[in-house]
Structure formats: structure tokens, C-alpha cells
Design a protein around this ligand. Structure first.
Ligand SMILES: Nc1ncnc2c1ncn2[C@@H]1O[C@H](COP(=O)(O)OP(=O)(O)OP(=O)(O)O)[C@@H](O)[C@H]1O
Length: 262
């Protein structure tokens, strides 16, 4: 890949004596969408935190547009990478607009208030995530799906070119999952580079061109969704057999554990 936006080489991370990640390498082109899949405890969230510079003890290299993540200040990282985590029942006592406005901090001079430009960007982010009508609602009064869209609006308001997603639909019902993934795909098509970790293969198949599978902290497979469906990698990674289907006008693939359909 010529000049990838995100480049990870030989990433390893240990907690105490235990190696949680070992020698992981991959890259993501500008505007790309890479899904990292793997079973529970594979090291997916830890990988995302290491790539995002939140685990300073990690060995190996993480470069964002050629700049080492370890050389970047927190503010510089926040100008490049926005995060959307899985959202549980807890929520902060801020309105949707206030929370999105806080995301503007990496761009604001220290101790300065919100600018006209901040307000314009926040309004655009609220509209893009479909939460304009919730703008004055407190985050702790929203349903799980509404809250996740509000958090996505805040991530967009941050004005980064990279979005990290950690199990973004974990607590959402099916309709909300579909809506959230459609939003993320749309944002990716508009140019945002996306790195998503999930244990849900169908989220990965739905949203991405590239898939990296990890198990026990090691990269086990890396390729496109179509390549994944042609081989036995999924069964090896999740220790269960899958059936694959293609449906709809776009012949999108999805996978169901064989035990569910036999
Ligand atoms: N702060 C920590 N202290 C001790 N062990 C940790 C810590 N963080 C992660 N681990 C361990 O590292 C391993 C990888 O955890 P991680 O959360 O990255 O996995 P994951 O693939 O995201 O899992 P899941 O899909 O269940 O969320 C697990 O065995 C976990 O218990």
C-alpha cells in the first residue's frame, strides 16, 4: 500500500508476564475501512487502544500518516482519531449538544470559549448523525440507540479524519444496529478512515472492505471479505463452522454459525 494513513508494524503488548498482543502488522489506506475480528479475549480492544496511543508500553511501531503515535501529544492524537465505544447504560449528565461541543477541545486555544465555527461544525455533526431533535436532551434520558448516535455525533464534531469503533452496536437492537452501521458506512464513503473492532462477523462483513482476524493476540488472517468467505479461516478463528449467504441487490455476504441453521 502506498503511503497508508495508518501503519502498524510488529505491535506487541504485554500485561505483566502475559503477552496480550504479539507481532501484529497491518495498514489502512486513507478512506479505508478495516474491521478487526476475533473471539472474546483475543485482544481486539487492547489492539485498538495500542494503535490509538492509549497504551504507551506497547512495542513495535504505529504510524499515522508517517508520524509515530508515541511522538504525538494527546491533543495531536485527538485531532486525528475520534473514538466510539460500546455504550452501556451509563451516561454523562450533559445535553447532546454540550457533549458534542466538548469534542471541539483539540481545536480550541486553551481557556477559550466556543466559536462560531465550533457551533457550525457541531450543528453539522448533529445533523449527520440524525440527532438534531435530541440536541437539548440530556444523554442520560436517551435510549441506547439514540445515545449511540449522539456519541457518534460527538465523534464527528471532533473533526478528525480517523474513526475508531469498539463494538459500536453491542447494546443495540437489530434495527438500531442496521441504522448505526449504515451511518458508519456513509461516513466512511464520505472519506473518513475507519478502524473497527468487533466479535460480530456480520458487522465486519457489512461494513468493510478489509478484515484482520486475530486470535490469542496474534494475527491469524488478513484479506478482503470475499476472500474470507472462500476459505476456512472463520472456522479456525471462532472454533465453529459457518454457513455463508449472499442476499439483496448488492449480493452482500453474511455468515451464520452452522449450529444455528442445522
Ligand atoms: N487492564 C488489564 N489487566 C489485565 N488483563 C487485561 C487488561 N486488559 C485486557 N486484559 C486481558 O487481555 C486479553 C485481551 O483483552 P481485550 O479486551 O483486548 O480482548 P477483546 O478481544 O477485546 O475481548 P472482548 O471481545 O471480550 O471484548 C484478555 O484476556 C483480557 O483479560
Amino acid at each position: 500500500m502506498v503511503n497508508p494513513l495508518i501503519e502498524v508494524r510488529g505491535l506487541s503488548y504485554s500485561i505483566g508476564e502475559r503477552a496480550v498482543l504479539s507481532g501484529i502488522s497491518f495498514s489502512v489506506a486513507r478512506g479505508g475501512f478495516l474491521a478487526v475480528i476475533g473471539p472474546n479475549g483475543a485482544g481486539k480492544s487492547t489492539l485498538l487502544k495500542c494503535v490509538g496511543g492509549l497504551r504507551p508500553g506497547a512495542a513495535g511501531e504505529v504510524m499515522i500518516e508517517g508520524l509515530s503515535i508515541t511522538q504525538m501529544t494527546e491533543r495531536e492524537r485527538a485531532r486525528r482519531i475520534a473514538w466510539l465505544h460500546q455504550s452501556g447504560g451509563d451516561a454523562l449528565p450533559f445535553t447532546v449538544r454540550q457533549f458534542a461541543m466538548m469534542s471541539r477541545y483539540p481545536w480550541r486555544p486553551v481557556l477559550s470559549g466556543e466559536s462560531e465555527e465550533d457551533r457550525f461544525i457541531v450543528d453539522g455533526a448533529l445533523a449527520r448523525a440524525g440527532v438534531e431533535e435530541l440536541a437539548e436532551r440530556s444523554l442520560d434520558t436517551l435510549s441506547g440507540g439514540e445515545r449511540q448516535r449522539a456519541l457518534l455525533a460527538a465523534a464527528l464534531a471532533q473533526g478528525t479524519d480517523i474513526l475508531f469503533l469498539d463494538e459500536p452496536t453491542s447494546f443495540l437492537d437489530y434495527r438500531q444496529q442496521v441504522e448505526m452501521m449504515a451511518l458508519v458506512e456513509g461516513i466512511n464513503r464520505e472519506g473518513m478512515t475507519v478502524l473497527m473492532v468487533t466479535h460480530d462477523i456480520n458487522l465486519a462483513l457489512h461494513g468493510s472492505g478489509g478484515i484482520l482476524a486475530i486470535k490469542e493476540g496474534r494475527a491469524r488472517w488478513h484479506g478482503t471479505t470475499d476472500e474470507l468467505l472462500g476459505g476456512s479461516a472463520l472456522a479456525d478463528i471462532f472454533d465453529t463452522e459457518f454457513e455463508f449467504f449472499r442476499r439483496g441487490e448488492q449480493r452482500r455476504p453474511y455468515a451464520v454459525p452452522r449450529g444455528f441453521v442445522s
